[in-house]
Write a protein that binds this ligand. Structure first.
Ligand code: CA
Length: 255
């Protein structure tokens, strides 16, 4: 009867897939809430779990409690700075650490790498760029995001945006790839728009995430976008980027 009973037990159970791998846990140490939230949102979308600490002491306490798979560590923090946090982490752990530095911090940057940081990103950064770095370091150190082994290039029509290679190309009829000659800002804008085709991104969002170093003028975004547009048109992509009147821009495949 044991067989019959286990058969009925099995048939009573809904056929659910095994619980998903929860994905690596990233500790974001960042005192600017806006930046921390944007990073968390992007990392979550990539199948990573996140926790945020807004100062060095909290970061070390959380680090001991949650044992993250990777730490994204801002250098300039109130109180204990990122370099001291890194020293403390390295005192008893090999957990990968990516330092986040400001443009003028070359010295800090070199120092932190000598002290055992695994990589660094320079502010201002684009969130997709940070996600690609996180993935690369996790891959190198053996932990994998739950939903992908690699940040898959984004394909929109004949356009291919490769976040890890930091480049965009046009796929020709023979399957060959013609690289698009984009500036860093143009690439960031394209990567952002392509991350969610058809979603309208406001100018202020694009400024914050793609060129936070600028004086945040709408016409700066408009000018970068119009150059990007021209390059896409020249490469045969037509009117891929659509202006949404008085709001912003979106990628509209097939327009
Ligand atoms: Ca900071």
């Amino acid at each position: 009867m044991a067989g019959a009973s286990s058969y009925s037990d099995l048939s009573a159970k809904p056929l659910t897939p095994p619980p998903a791998d929860p994905g690596p846990l990233v500790l974001i140490v960042e005192d600017e809430p806006g930046i921390a939230d944007i990073l968390a949102a992007y990392l979550k979308r990539e199948g990573l779990r996140t926790q945020i600490a807004s100062d060095g002491q909290t970061a070390l306490r959380l680090f001991g409690q949650i044992r993250p798979d990777l730490v994204l560590l801002d250098i300039h923090l109130p109180g204990m700075d990122g370099v001291d946090v890194l020293k403390n982490i390295r005192a008893d752990s090999d957990t990968p650490v990516i330092m986040v530095t400001a443009l003028a911090d070359d010295v800090d940057k070199l120092l932190s790498l000598r002290m055992g940081a695994d990589d660094y990103v320079v502010k201002p950064f684009s969130p997709p760029e940070v996600v690609a770095r996180v993935r690369a370091v996790l891959r190198r150190t053996g932990a994998r995001p739950a939903n992908a082994a690699r940040a898959a290039p984004i394909r929109v029509g004949r356009l291919l945006v490769d976040l890890e290679a930091h480049g965009a190309s046009t796929v020709d009829d023979a399957g060959g790839m013609q690289p698009l000659p984009l500036t860093l800002t143009e690439f960031r804008l394209l990567a952002c728009l392509a991350s969610q085709p058809r979603r309208c991104f406001s100018r202020s969002y694009l400024i914050e995430t793609c060129l936070p170093e600028s004086d945040a003028l709408d016409r700066v975004i408009d000018s970068h976008l119009s150059k990007l547009r021209r390059k896409l048109q020249n490469a045969g992509h037509g009117e891929l980027i659509e202006t949404v009147r008085s709001i912003g821009y979106r990628l509209w495949p097939g327009a």
